[in-house]
Ligand binder design. Structure first.
Ligand SMILES: NC(=O)c1ccc[n+]([C@@H]2O[C@H](COP(=O)([O-])OP(=O)(O)OC[C@H]3O[C@@H](n4cnc5c(N)ncnc54)[C@H](OP(=O)(O)O)[C@@H]3O)[C@@H](O)[C@H]2O)c1
Length: 263
């Protein structure tokens, strides 16, 4: 199937490693011009250079923390200045603090809201004027299975990400008339550095090993294993592509069947 992504212009935030990187790589392989982002300037530039060489396409790196109020607008502006427009926006972030309600303080809650909700709001708001000019505009937020099925010790994610799904469904309904599609992916457990850190923390708390915790988590999936970042990216690349032109307002779980409810 031709995904019709050649020469489309994309910004993927939080994308020097993990899920964001896999999505950026997938888009670059399809011939998109891609802007990647993360907080560390040196890493962003070197990953962009590597991606560009590997895929023989234009990739730029823009540093900035998406949870800060003035950064999202700058990322959009710099992408548009570099490539002359914007067709695809994939909003991704890192993870927040862990802990129970007794442990998390007001400041950590506010940071969680800035990361898991306001970064998406600000990026989308700044992108809208450019997306309205595109003939194949698409926004994808990288959410989490935690929005549907709480993950132990990730209270911030379990709480705030559900609000972010409400945002995407509302925008899909409001902006269909502008020809802009809005979807979310809810990844299950996928092998990335963040997951290794989470499982290491569990191993420490349970006096077990990383391997034991990984096995327990893998067994939650009907396939008995974690996802690869590429499996996540295949779904992401399809959803933002013109090949998915009639798909909007979708909250797609890519979780190996670990979410057990019917709806
Ligand atoms: N992997 C999973 O199984 C899974 C499942 C469900 C949901 N998720 C969610 O999906 C997202 C990505 O997860 P991941 O596993 O790919 O994480 P990861 O391996 O830690 O990668 C996160 C990427 O985002 C960048 N980043 C982190 N905080 C940022 C910020 N404030 N502003 C801009 N860039 C930032 C990181 O680079 P710098 O640190 O250099 O900025 C890195 O490039 C997270 O929100 C995570 O909670 C992951």
């Amino acid at each position: 199937m031709d995904l019709k992504l050649k020469n489309k212009i994309a910004l993927v935030t939080g994308s020097t490693k993990g899920l964001g990187y896999a999505a950026a790589l997938g888009l670059a392989k399809e011939g998109c011009k891609v802007a990647i982002n993360a907080r560390d300037e040196k890493t962003v530039k070197s990953v962009a250079e590597k991606l560009s060489k590997e895929t023989n396409t234009q990739v730029i790196g823009i540093s900035g923390d998406v949870s800060l109020p003035d950064v999202p607008a700058k990322l959009i502006e710099q992408t548009v200045n570099a490539f002359g427009g914007l067709d695809i926006l994939i909003t991704n972030t890192g993870g927040s603090a862990h802990g129970s309600i007794d442990v998390l303080d007001e400041e950590q809650w506010q940071k969680g809201i800035d990361l898991y909700l306001m970064s998406h709001v600000r990026l989308i708001k700044s992108a809208l004027p450019y997306l309205r000019k595109s003939d194949s505009a698409s926004v994808l937020t990288i959410n989490s299975i935690a929005a549907k099925q709480p993950i132990p010790s990730l209270l911030l994610s379990n709480s705030i990400r559900a609000g972010s799904l409400g945002l995407i469904k509302s925008l899909a309904l409001d902006h269909g008339k502008d020809g802009i599609r809005f979807n979310s992916i809810l990844p299950g457990w996928t092998s990335t550095e963040r997951v290794e850190e989470l499982l290491s923390a569990r191993a420490k708390a349970n006096n077990s090993t990383l391997e034991e915790e990984a096995k327990k988590q893998a067994n939650e999936s009907v396939f008995g294993r974690l996802a690869t970042p590429e499996e996540f990216a295949n779904a992401a690349v399809f959803l933002v592509s013109p090949a998915a032109s009639y798909v909007t307002g979708v909250m797609l779980t890519v979780d190996g069947g670990s979410y057990k409810a019917t709806i």
